[in-house]
Structures are given as structure tokens and as C-alpha cells.
Design a protein around this ligand. Structure first.
Ligand SMILES: *[C@@H]1O[C@H](CO)[C@@H](O)[C@H](O)[C@H]1NC(C)=O
Ligand SMILES: *[C@@H]1O[C@H](CO)[C@@H](O)[C@H](O)[C@H]1NC(C)=O
Ligand SMILES: *[C@@H]1O[C@H](CO)[C@@H](O)[C@H](O)[C@H]1NC(C)=O
Length: 387
């Protein structure tokens, strides 16, 4: 599988026309060399996914439902982006509260966010619990919930110990997730990690007096189920989004996939067929399956979804005359004519290569066991053409 990923990365006519037999020979003759090739290949693949080392996993954790829902909204079953304009940036990170205080105070460790990442939006997600039954007869119907950033009074001549970030009226009897935008605070924490003293939530009556915290309760990491833990959700962009147009949308992606294998085994069959076909007359340039199986690579421990994806590959000949179904560029058309006329020696037929690429999404645990959703561009061949 990895060998195929490598050959895909270096997809040129030579590779497409000839299977990487030398790789295979090495694989079977020099055992330790193949181990080196494998580890070098996996290292290179990690780089494609923007990592230096595979994240370390400590025990099995349940990803936040919000992140699972988000993944299912932006990606199809194969991880392919449904709508490239749904997410503003290319990364969504979730963090759990580290303070686990009895007060309504929260602190999030943002050390895994790269300094190069642009913070687009930051949200505090709090789960509001049902008011306790004995207190439900209350004259208040709404309360004012305010989120403050805690400030260091010893610094910068601060006279205030907190700064209002977001405030909203919430029905007293409601239950469920409440989301507060706290982007400015997170940006300031990114500039100065030491300034991150956390967040404080204050609940007041409409008249402005403090409200009984037994009446308005938010789930905490200490006392409530993991699925209701306070969470910080960060929408960022690492600037890796390429200029490749993916505007065609999923309608065409799906219509392009008549025989897309969704799981591992068919790829093995496809692969062995590829080799046996080599000697015969080459079929015309077309897209064929290439399943990248994260379990086979040994990454299933930290990748939540997908289990693998179909990258596809482009294979076949580009003989004269090139029909429109070969999606030739003008350049390829001229090259195939020159080749056919044999006017100049050493001019090959054009190459069968991907001419449209789609992004995929990965939902994974990072080094700090935060769940991250990240989009990677140009990972799936949407169609092939002679270029
Ligand atoms: C392969 O293994 C042998 C013996 O274990 C060692 O002498 C040799 O240096 C190894 N080759 C490589 C390329 O690591
Ligand atoms: C704090 O205020 C003092 C005087 O009020 C001033 O000399 C000092 O420069 C200020 N420090 C900062 C960091 O603004
Ligand atoms: C944040 O987490 C990193 C490791 O992920 C750790 O080294 C660092 O000390 C933590 N910072 C705080 C303030 O707890």
C-alpha cells in the first residue's frame, strides 16, 4: 500500500507504465532495507498530514459528539469534503477544560495550536443542566449569562481583574448546549501564553443581581458525564489551503464513482489486476481505485475517521488521437500529434494524470488528546486526463 502511495506522489508516465518492481524486489530480498523504506515512507506520509510524529495515544477516549457531528457534516463516508465552502478555515480543534473547578471557571491548554495558525473563531461550549426540581417555581424566566476573561492585575497596570467577552439572555428552564464567542480572548492567549488565566462565567437576574447558582447550572468536567464537559472549539487556518479549484461540488464526485470500493479488501484485488494487466494492450487513460487503509499503516489508534479513503489513481495510455473524454490540454493534443507523426525522436505520448483533485477530512486525536478535524487538499483524484 505504501509503495503505491509513494508511486502516486511521484506519478509520472514512467511509473504509470511500469509497476514499481524494483521496490518489490527490494522488499523481498533485503529485509532490513524494506523496514527502512517503510519507516521513511510512513514519515513522509505523516508530513503530508502535517505531522512530525504520530500522536501518542493513552487509552481509548470518546471524541466529543460535537466534533463527530461536525465531521459528518463536512465529510462523506470516505472522508471526502462534501462542500469546500462549509468551513471557513481548514482546522477545527476541541479542548476540554483543565481547571475542573467547582466554581464556574474554565481554563484550556492551547499549547498544541501552532503559532502560524490563524484564529478565525473561538467558541466556549457549555452544557446547561435542567434546573433542580425543588427550585423550578421561580419568578425568573430569563437570566443573563456573561463570560469573562480573567486578567492578571499585576501586569500592564490592569485595574480590572476581568474583561467581558460575551453575554446573553438564556431561558432559566432551558437545557442543552450554549455557545459563547470568545475569539478575542483566545487571540490574546495565543500572543502571550502566560496571560491565559482562564474564563469566568457569571449569571445574573435581569435586574442585575447575582442569581442562585443552584438554579442555573452548567455541567462541569468534575461532576458530570464526559459528553457534557465544557469545551473550547477553535476554528483556525494553517494557510495550507491551495488554490486548486474544488468548486465542482460533490454531485460530480459521486457521479464519477461507479465502482468505488469503500473498504480495504477490494483494493488488493484491484492491485493484483493492475500487475497482470501490464503485459497486455494498455487500456485508455482512466481513474482506478487506490485505497489508503489507515489501519494497514498502523494509524487506526489515533485517527477516529475515516478508517481509510479512496485516493484513486490514474492509469492507462494516451494514444493518438486524444478524444475529449481524455480531457486533453492543447499541449497534450499537440504532443500526441508530434508523437504520432514521429517528427521528432524521443517524444512520448502525454501522461495519464489526475486533472481534478478533492480534499479529504481527518478526525483525529492530537498529542494532547484533543480531537482535531482537519482538511487536506488535493488528496483524491476526482478525474483523470491526458496531460
Ligand atoms: C542489514 O542488516 C545487517 C545485519 O543485521 C547489517 O549488517 C546491515 O548494515 C543492515 N543494512 C542496512 C542498510 O541497514
Ligand atoms: C504602569 O504605570 C506606571 C505609572 O502609573 C508607569 O510608569 C508604567 O510604565 C506603567 N506600566 C505599563 C506596563 O504600562
Ligand atoms: C499544556 O500542555 C502541555 C503538553 O501538552 C504541557 O507541556 C504544558 O505544561 C501545559 N500547560 C499548562 C499551563 O498546563
Amino acid at each position: 500500500m505504501l509503495l503505491f502511495v509513494i508511486s502516486l506522489a511521484a506519478l509520472v508516465c514512467a511509473v504509470a507504465a511500469r509497476p514499481p518492481l524494483s521496490y518489490l524486489e527490494n522488499h523481498f530480498t533485503a529485509e532490513n532495507e524494506s523496514v527502512e523504506v517503510r519507516s521513511a515512507a510512513i514519515k513522509r506520509l505523516l508530513e503530508v498530514f502535517g505531522m512530525d510524529d504520530p500522536p501518542a495515544m493513552h487509552g481509548h477516549k470518546q471524541p466529543p459528539q460535537y466534533m463527530l457531528d461536525l465531521y459528518n457534516t463536512v465529510a462523506d463516508v470516505d472522508g471526502v469534503t462534501k462542500d469546500p465552502y462549509l468551513l471557513e478555515g481548514n482546522t477545527v480543534r476541541s479542548f476540554f477544560d483543565k481547571l475542573r473547578s467547582e466554581q464556574v471557571e474554565f481554563r484550556f491548554n492551547l499549547s498544541t495550536v501552532a503559532i502560524t495558525e490563524k484564529i478565525l473563531t473561538a467558541e466556549l461550549h457549555l452544557f446547561k443542566l435542567r434546573p433542580q426540581a425543588t427550585l423550578t417555581f421561580n419568578r425568573h424566566h430569563f437570566c443573563q449569562v456573561s463570560v469573562y476573561q480573567l486578567l492578571d492585575t499585576s501586569k500592564n497596570n490592569n485595574t480590572q481583574d476581568k474583561k467581558l467577552l460575551s453575554s446573553r439572555l438564556i431561558p432559566v428552564h432551558s437545557t442543552g448546549w450554549e455557545v459563547f464567542t470568545i475569539t478575542q480572548a483566545v487571540r490574546s492567549w495565543m500572543n502571550d501564553e502566560g496571560s491565559n488565566l482562564g474564563l469566568h462565567v457569571v449569571v445574573r437576574t435581569l435586574g442585575g443581581s447575582h442569581m442562585d447558582l443552584k438554579l442555573i447550572r452548567f455541567a462541569s468536567g468534575r461532576d458530570h458525564h464526559q459528553s457534557k464537559q465544557p469545551m473550547l472549539v477553535l476554528f483556525t487556518d494553517d494557510g495550507s489551503r491551495s488554490t486548486t479549484l474544488e468548486s465542482i461540488g460533490d454531485a460530480e464526485v459521486t457521479s464519477d464513482l461507479p465502482s468505488a470500493p469503500m473498504s480495504g479488501p477490494p483494493s488488493r484485488i484491484a492491485r493484483s489486476l493492475d500487475y497482470s494487466e501490464e503485459e497486455g494492450a494498455s487500456s485508455p487513460c482512466q481513474r482506478q481505485p487506490l485505497y489508503v487503509d489507515f489501519e494497514e499503516i498502523g494509524w487506526s489508534g489515533w485517527i477516529v475517521s475515516p478508517r481509510g479513503y479512496n485516493a484513486y489513481h490514474c492509469k492507462g495510455s494516451c494514444p493518438f488521437p486524444l478524444g475529449q473524454n481524455m480531457r486533453p490540454t492543447n499541449h497534450a493534443t499537440v504532443q500526441s500529434i508530434i508523437n504520432a507523426l514521429k517528427l521528432i525522436k524521443g517524444i512520448d505520448t502525454p501522461c495519464c494524470v489526475p486533472d481534478k483533485l478533492f480534499s479529504i477530512n481527518l478526525l483525529y486525536f492530537d498529542d494532547a488528546e484533543n480531537v482535531v478535524l482537519k482538511q487536506y487538499n488535493d488528496m483524491v483524484a476526482g478525474s483523470c486526463g491526458c496531460h
